[in-house]
Design a protein around this ligand. Structure first.
Ligand code: FES
Length: 166
């Protein structure tokens, strides 16, 4: 069950159910410090991000200092302690995409959504990130929205792409 979790499914659960899933996760992994990263990874899928109450719960269950759990979370850029939008836009700024106009995509997203890289729209629809090479260098510039990759993206087509998401 825990292996089949996805963010969309978990976002529809009540907080009580989300904590039940987290408890099951911790039981499955055994409450051991060496499993902290895997547990945090799944907690982020369940809750969408890692708020303070979730980190404190994990620290208590693993009998670890809260500060140590926070230290691990802040070390890995993958983890977020801020809520994310329903969809995450990731513009590739690897070398090929950078050379072929990745920065133009960034400017256009900023213009369309009025947010900067690392931010989320006030309606919680989109979070905006930059990433390094998503394996589509031959078809640069590339970007991804959630799990879908867009290749040879034209900045003028971005609005049309974003409008497909609700
Ligand atoms: S550099 Fe962008 S996909 Fe490789």
């Amino acid at each position: 069950m825990v292996n089949q979790l996805n963010r969309q499914m978990c976002s529809q659960l009540s907080e009580i159910k989300q904590f039940e899933l987290l408890t099951t996760t911790i039981e499955n992994y055994e409450a051991k410090e060496s499993n902290l990263i895997q547990i945090l990874h799944i907690a982020q899928v369940i809750f969408g991000y890692l708020p303070e109450n979730v980190l404190k719960f994990i620290a208590k269950e693993l009998s670890m200092p809260y500060s140590k759990v926070c230290g691990v979370v802040s070390f890995y850029s993958y983890f977020s302690t801020l809520p994310k939008g329903r969809h995450t836009i990731k513009i590739c700024l690897g070398t090929a995409c950078y050379v072929r106009g990745g920065t133009k995509l960034i400017e256009k997203i900023k213009e369309l959504l009025s947010i900067d890289v690392g931010e989320t729209t006030p309606d919680m629809k989109f979070s905006f990130e930059v990433m390094r090479c998503i394996g589509a260098c031959g078809l640069a510039p590339a970007m991804a929205i959630d799990d879908k990759v867009y290749k040879r993206v034209n900045p003028n087509k971005l609005k049309q792409i974003l409008d497909q998401y609700s």
